[in-house]
Design a protein around this ligand. Structure first.
Ligand code: B1N
Length: 829
């Protein structure tokens, strides 16, 4: 028997097994102890909670790897069209609970641990967040990965493995301070380092034109080479054997190309300088949509794009010997314009390295790329200075000019000499700083341009990309965002999860969330209502404990927990919320004893990070603390009003806050939030919304009915000119609360001056004054309903029941059908 024969025999024998690992509590215990001893290298008689968490995670990881292998084996055999999801940000949060739940072995692990004398929940709390993203856009990628895995799509996610994720927010004297998030300090059991999967990524240098046999071609001689090393993160689907891969790239110095520097004799400095290559993947930009033309950011974008494209083309070439089939086998999704260099990179590889002619390469690219924009206004679109591009990626800049030249010629033939329109649609923006418009590039080269909600789509068509829409209406679509009910109900709200399953008589809603609509018929049932409230109270207790440990403030469970958690932005109007709180405080102070008895007690909870350089946002955080200080220390007010700022809001904090809230605020100025996804998580958790008709809220209203939420302002379509009309006169209440801040009622008079100035009539860009009265009315309405427990609970149940549309499962099905053209590829169990 040859070695080959023996190997084939072994493959046959072990390939038939379901999996090597058993999932009964005894086997799990043995596995955990093995990892304590051999992976964590602690004695199996002596290990603490953190070490137990490490061992537990490794044991879960083994099971993930098993499925991951089988899935990829299956994909390889079937060779379906694959989706490559490119995003510069993924906000995964914690992985343990999500994994054991998706693998369907949470209870088995809990049992195994309890027999070892450990509590599953306590160990799960040991895990830190993977925060490789800023906010909504990044969490959306994470939710979509969960849906892609669960729905068995053949997909790879690609991103950057930042060593420092989003900064940690620390509050000192009410001011935000940023600290680095060195999340890898404690190890990351969920990633698998692939030292053998690495690619060279090239920067700088120059391009020469050469010719051979009369054919001209371009040669790029780069000036710097950096190595990209793959780190794989298995993403398990729920109720399926499929586990897909999120491949993140880390930068390492390249070993091959600089013998020169070693020969100069300065060995130590040569090493130190080479080490600088690693800085490319060091840190996530926390700016969340202000584009500053930074070289490092552009390097990050190209670094991750180049490595991903090499990996994807290598995989394609493993099984195909020409590029004709490429668009039938490969779909690219680019998450906003951040990865849009991928378009140019694929063109470059096809033309310069695979020697295809322009026409062929162009056709392939245009059939492969689909682009989603998350932006609402022109200022929010990404632009890259030509000088920067020309120095860092000289060949790519040439290709961009080539694309633009052809596009402009074509356009002139179609629309004639309309120069202002030609100028607007050009990829190149002339101006003080000549720049490349990445959105125009992405639209021109993609087969599909996607919006993230219906009103966002309307804005794209009528304003942001009107010129392009008029040219290519068929390219434009929208897929309203969604979130995964696995993370946002099953993982984060186990109480509600079992309650729902009990009343629906099935757990099938975890994969088919439309079934939640079945709760509607029970919405007024007093037994369900009683159990529903009980579940909420338990979640509120959990949240109240967290508030006390993180802020020192004690809150009453009888109060309405009113929450606004999201990144701090002027357009999201946390300031409107604070001014409303001041109004409430002022009212209570001016009430007589008997009126006070009628006040509905509130806990106003705000949380979120401000970009480090965003001064106004930082002032809003400070104002929040200044108001909290005054209110919380006023014995006269007591439990009628408490104000808390939850520090360092992130995914795991969200998992605690959302299930425990009664009311949540989504009050962006109409026309400014492309979609918003926080609202969907609150909705699923039976939390009532107080919201403006912006972004996806418009569709939420259609699903649950406007009578089941508290609407601020009018709906966009009822007031089509709202953008152009002068703001209605501001109310006396608004003037009063602003002047309280201005006059130093909460201290820090000078510091808050500019905030108050920005609320003056003619400067009030985000229309706080205009919406204040309507906001207060909505708040007063919420108070009135809250005292009617039956009504409130009924609305809460109907919120959950109406949340089915907002599952990322639905979003992903739409993308698969209408943008990517991919089919499920289910790994046999
Ligand atoms: O994307 C979310 C939407 O729900 C939000 O409405 C939208 O504001 C958000 C540059 C962004 N738009 N743009 C960004 C993030 C990071 C960055 O560096 C821009 N995020 C959004 C999901 O569709």
């Amino acid at each position: 028997e040859s070695l080959g024969e023996r190997r084939a025999k072994a493959e046959k024998m072990f390939g038939l097994m379901d999996g090597f690992l058993k999932n009964d509590p005894m086997s799990l215990q043995k596995d955990i102890l093995d990892h304590v001893e051999y992976t964590v290298a602690r004695s199996r008689f002596n290990f603490d909670d953190f070490e137990a968490f490490q061992a537990l995670s490794h044991s879960v990881r083994d099971r993930l790897i098993e499925r991951w292998h089988d899935t990829h084996q299956h994909f390889k055999k079937q060779d379906p069209k694959r989706l490559y999801f490119l995003s510069l940000e993924f906000l995964m949060g914690r992985s343990l609970s999500n994994s054991v739940i998706n693998l369907g072995i949470r209870d088995e692990y809990a049992e195994a641990l309890s027999q070892l004398g450990f509590e599953y929940e306590v160990l799960a709390e040991q895990e830190g967040d993977a925060a490789l993203g800023n906010g909504g856009l990044a969490r959306l990628s994470a939710c979509q990965m969960d849906s892609l895995a669960t729905l068995d799509y053949p997909v790879w996610g690609y991103g950057l493995r930042y060593q420092y994720g989003l900064f940690r927010q620390v509050i000192v004297d009410g001011y935000q301070h940023e600290q680095p998030d060195y999340w890898l300090n404690f190890g990351n059991p969920w990633e698998i380092e692939r030292i053998q999967v690495s690619y060279s990524v090239k920067f700088y240098g120059m391009v020469e034109e050469k010719a051979s046999n009369g054919v001209k071609y371009k040669v790029w001689t780069p000036g710097e080479t950096v190595e990209a090393v793959a780190y794989d993160n298995p993403i398990p689907g729920y109720g399926t054997r499929n586990a897909i891969n999120l491949r993140l790239w880390a930068a390492k110095p390249s070993g091959q190309y600089d013998l020169e520097s070693y020969n100069t004799g300065d060995y130590i400095n040569a090493i130190v300088n080479r080490q600088k290559a690693e800085t490319i993947s060091y840190v996530l930009y926390p700016d969340d949509r202000s584009y500053q033309g930074k070289e490092l950011r552009l390097k990050q974008q190209y670094f991750f794009v180049s490595a991903s494209v090499q990996d994807i083309i290598r995989r394609f070439k493993d099984v195909h010997d020409n590029f004709d089939e490429f668009p039938d086998k490969v779909a690219f999704q680019i998450n906003d314009t951040h990865p849009s260099l991928a378009i140019v990179e694929v063109l470059r590889v096809l033309i310069d390295e695979e020697c295809l002619d322009w026409g062929k390469a162009w056709e392939i690219v245009c059939r492969a790329f689909s682009f989603t924009t998350h932006t609402v206004n022109t200022e929010g679109l990404e632009k890259i200075p030509v000088d920067l591009l020309g120095s860092l990626l000289p060949r790519h800049l040439q290709i961009m000019y080539d694309i633009n030249h052809r596009f402009m010629e074509d356009l002139k033939r179609k629309i004639g000499q309309d120069y202002s329109r030609l100028e607007r649609m050009s990829i190149v923006e002339e101006g003080i700083v000549k720049s490349i418009r990445m959105a125009n590039l992405s639209i021109i080269c993609s087969h599909t341009v996607n919006g993230v909600s219906r009103v966002h789509f309307e804005l794209l068509k009528t304003r942001l990309f009107k010129d392009f829409y008029d040219l290519w209406p068929q390219k434009f679509q929208y897929k309203t965002n969604g979130v995964t009910q696995r993370r946002w109900i099953v993982v984060s709200n186990p109480g509600l999860c079992s309650l729902i399953s009990k009343w629906l008589g099935t757990e099938a809603w975890i994969r088919n969330v439309d079934l939640l609509a079945g709760l509607r018929e029970h919405a007024s049932n007093p037994v369900l209502q009683q159990e529903w409230r009980m579940t909420k109270t338990i979640n509120k207790m959990r949240l109240a404990d967290y508030i006390e440990t993180s802020t020192g403030v004690k809150v009453s469970l009888d109060a309405m927990f009113d929450v606004q958690v999201k990144r701090i932005h002027e357009y999201k109007r946390q300031l409107l919320n604070i001014l409303g709180i001041i109004y409430r405080y002022d009212c209570i102070k001016n009430m007589n004893k008997s009126d006070r008895k009628k006040v509905v007690p509130r806990v106003c909870i705000i949380g979120g990070k401000a970009a480090p350089g965003y001064e106004v946002a930082k002032k809003i955080i400070k104002l929040c603390h200044a108001v909290a200080d005054k209110v919380n220390n006023d014995d006269d007010v007591g439990d009628l009003l408490k104000v808390v700022f939850i520090p360092d809001y992130n995914v795991s904090v969200a998992e605690l806050v959302i299930p425990g809230s009664d009311l949540s605020q989504h009050i962006s100025t109409v026309g400014h939030e492309a979609s918003g996804t926080g609202s969907m998580k609150f909705l699923m958790n039976g939390c009532l919304l107080l919201a403006t008709a912006d972004g996806s809220t418009v569709e939420i209203i259609e699903e649950i009915g406007v009578e089941n939420m508290f609407l601020v302002g009018t709906k966009l379509h009822e007031d089509p000119q709202s953008g152009d009309k002068p703001a209605p006169g501001v109310s006396i209440q608004f003037i009063r609360v602003v002047s309280m801040v201005r006059n130093g009622y909460f201290g820090f008079k000078e510091y808050f001056n500019s905030l108050c100035d920005s609320l003056e009539d003619d400067k009030d860009f985000y229309k706080l004054g205009a919406d204040f009265s309507s906001y207060l009315e909505a708040q007063a309405m919420a108070d009135r309903v809250f005292v009617n427990k039956e009504k409130w609970t009924c609305m809460s149940i109907l919120s959950t029941a109406g949340s089915g549309k907002f599952s990322s499962d639905r979003t992903i099905e739409e993308y698969a059908k209408h943008a990517w053209g991919i089919e499920p590829c289910k790994c046999p169990f």
